[in-house]
Design a protein around this ligand. Structure first.
Ligand code: XUL
Ligand code: CO
Length: 436
């Protein structure tokens, strides 16, 4: 029986001419793009925390959303929240969802009590997954909200907090495994510092490396087949976070022997905070062989905060999907909407409308990206730009068979004077604009 929270129980696809705010105009999940259904390309997921746990607070004001499952203090309310959440997943027709432990269970105090409450909700989720066909894209642990994490989880100066973090991650990995999750995510909001005056960087790096190695060891021990993903972010809430961006995470993985075990979950808003574009982070991960999944959202470009708004800019999203498709597309990853409605968007239908707009934006972006690839001009331009390197001699240079002195000799003996060639940026920008 429906809770009656939402005004409709199914969002139909009505095509680009529809004026119905509760219908898709571009996301037809069965539409074939490059030989694959849109649903299988995009692999959309709803984020439990933003849509069902966030109460509308900001740094200057308290809750604005008066949902019947707030406050988060009883199992009864947690069950109602789960009912409404799965009604929304089904209404939107998303294949996936994601959650933290603290999003889905009440905070009843101690570790053992919270674990029991968590496991009870996980069994409810397992039943609901079966009934609705909705699956888990990833699970994760909230190691940042409670005051115990204020000085870090894995990187805490107190080893007992490290142990508490390990125990929490273990129960979240067990739950993700139980629900058939396709990935497990680690985002270290408090793995960083507020001031270097009280921080030992070398110790904190060692602690974080050991924790991630334990996660990987445990994954293999229980036979979890999902990807382990680290989510980079440069700061907020910490003044500085160690998982600053994709390149920094790659260095960390190499240092701790994890570059073949762990990949990244890249978030648009985090890329912007790091001074990058979303496509920069995606292309970097693809180039390094650690691309895993994305958190899709957008930041307000004026505020300088991680505002976690729903995406609505097709050209931006198109370039992100271009690099994803060019890298082979998602395997176990997907498009998680790590986005929340604004605190004035009070109506239940606002939750649906936000996701509909975001899904349509992503569908248009992906179709534009696929058209760019199928047209082939852009990838061919880049390939051609480097084609000089394909010669056997230059391949030998890359393979280490030619040294600095031999190259110097070649420049002199052959009288090499390279002629610069146009990078054609404006031509390429105009080319992209034909598709978006
Ligand atoms: C915070 C953020 C998190 C992670 C999961 O900025 O993105 O919601 O995605 O912990
Ligand atoms: Co995120």
């Amino acid at each position: 029986m429906s809770t009656g929270f939402f005004p409709v129980d199914r969002i139909p696809y009505e095509g680009p001419d529809s004026t119905n705010p509760l219908a898709f105009r571009h996301y037809d999940k069965d539409e074939m793009v490059m030989g694959k259904r849109l649903e299988d390309h995009l692999r959309f997921a709803v984020a439990y925390w933003h849509s069902f746990a966030y109460e509308g607070q900001d740094p200057f004001g308290g809750p604005t959303f008066l949902r019947p499952w707030f406050p988060n203090d009883s199992m009864e309310r947690a069950r109602l929240k789960a009912d409404v959440a799965f009604e929304m997943f089904s209404a939107l027709g998303v294949p996936f969802y994601c959650f933290h432990d603290a999003d889905i269970r009440p905070d009843l105090g101690g570790f053992a009590e919270n674990k029991r409450a968590y496991e009870e909700i996980i069994e409810i989720f397992a039943r609901k997954q079966e009934e609705t066909g909705v699956r888990l894209l990833w699970g994760t642990a909230n190691l940042f909200s409670h005051r115990r994490w204020m000085a870090g989880a894995a990187t805490n100066p107190d080893p007992e907090v490290f142990a508490y973090a390990a125990a929490t991650i273990k129960s979240c990995m067990d739950a993700t495994h139980r629900l058939g999750g396709e990935n497990y995510v680690l985002w270290g909001g408090r793995e960083g510092y507020e001031t270097l005056l009280n921080t030992d960087l070398a110790r904190e790096d060692q602690q974080m490396g050991r924790m991630l190695n334990m996660v990987v060891e445990y994954k293999h021990k229980i036979g979890f087949k999902g990807q382990i993903l680290v989510e980079p972010k440069p700061q907020e809430p910490s003044k500085h976070q160690y998982d600053y961006d994709v390149a920094t995470v790659y260095g960390f993985l190499k240092r701790h022997g994890l570059e073949n075990e762990v990949r990244v979950n890249i978030e648009q808003g985090h890329a912007i905070l790091a001074g990058h574009s979303f496509e920069h982070e995606i292309a970097t991960a693809v180039a390094l062989g650690i691309f895993g999944s994305i958190d899709m959202n957008r930041n307000d470009y004026q505020s300088g905060w991680d505002t976690d708004q729903f995406p609505n800019n097709v050209p931006e999203v198109a370039l992100a999907y271009y690099h994803i498709l060019k890298g082979g597309g998602f395997t176990q990853g997907g498009t998680n909407f790590d986005a929340r409605i604004r605190r004035q968007s009070l109506d239940p239908e606002d939750l649906l409308i936000a996701h509909i707009g975001a899904m349509d934006t992503c569908a248009r972006g992906l179709k534009a990206a696929a058209a760019m690839l199928e047209d082939g001009t852009l990838p061919a331009f880049v390939e051609n730009r480097y084609s000089g390197w394909n010669d056997a001699y230059w391949q030998d240079v890359l393979a280490g068979k030619v040294g600095l002195d031999a190259l110097a000799e070649k420049v002199i003996s052959e009288g090499i004077e390279p002629e610069p060639r146009s990078g054609k940026q404006e031509y390429l920008e105009n080319l992209v604009n034909r598709f978006v």
